[in-house]
Design a protein around this ligand. Sequence first.
Ligand SMILES: *Cc1c(COP(=O)(O)O)cnc(C)c1O
Length: 369
Amino acid sequence: MSAKNWPNWLPLRQDLAPLSPYGAPQVPAEATLNTNENPYAPSPALAKAIADRTHQVALNLNRYPDRDAILLRKGLASFINNLSKTTFEVDQVWAANGSNEIIQSLFMAFGDRPALGFTPSYSMHPLIAKVIGVNWNDGGRRTDFSLDLSKAKSEISTIKPALTFITTPNNPTGTTVTLDEISELADVAAKVNGLLVVDEAYAEFSNLPSAVTLIAKYPNLVVIRTMSKAFAFAGARLGYLIADPEVVAAMFLVRLPYHLSSLTQAAAEVALEFQSELLGTVSSLIDSRKIVVSELEKLGLQVIPSQANFILFTGFSQEPAQLWRQLLDRGVLIRDVGLLAHLRMTIGNEAENQKFIAALQDILNGESQ
Ligand SMILES: *Cc1c(COP(=O)(O)O)cnc(C)c1O
């Protein structure tokens, strides 16, 4: 998408004019495999429980919500403590409308020095930085998309960022960074008084332990999680961070009053009560990922090793935009992430995955004839 021509009468900030809005195309398709959502909808029992709880809340909607979302943050703390055998308290958890709002708050609180990330990675990190007016630096990756640890460490030392972003499993590549590597990066970041932000949007799909286990040792480590992906709750908009209490205290400075509506808080509290149902699809999505990977390899394509609920693949002869369009013509919507020769596909339900494979087969075989 190229930048828009803004009219002269509009006093838009000059630094915003060249930007394009975030825009995964929202087009109807039979298989929607483009935004890394969980394909499995909540059960009728969960939908009913949310309706019952929000009905109670609705009777009080003349009142502002709990500004500090104490009940929800306690619930999130015990959720993480159960998963990772940690002992976080409510003052180490912050919640907001999606992890995107968490990321925005981090830039607002810690944005008077540069930020650094390692691309290709989550495109919203630099975009939110620019919107907030933070100086963003692109550190690179190796050509196989793995993180070059020594290069990353030296970039932290020279740029001295207030915020360094690591996404693991990384979006759009699915590749991971180990806890040992995260420890080394947190050490270097601490030397320049910087925070290391680990975006774990896909952590539940990975077999690596969460970086939350390192926070006790590295107070400058911030872990971001979301209910949008494995937790199958994207529509509710709930993201959170786990960090040292001082980081959470800074979030109070930049949050808007009553930022999390009572309805959102209630829905998320119910979702936590149904956590085993909501996370119950993770292992079958991982199995499906393995099947899709082997089917793609049979078609002569290469897949970057992924620990997430999506795969990045290459080895096709057409331009990514062309293959993307050919798939859409066959009812399958995946994602052109703007990377040379690569496309990203979210693992869907079995029927959607089959449809994707069949469409690819059709396109690639059609060419070789
Ligand atoms: C999807 C995604 C998010 C955004 O999640 P929300 O909680 O829905 O705002 C954050 N980080 C990464 C890396 C993602 O892929």
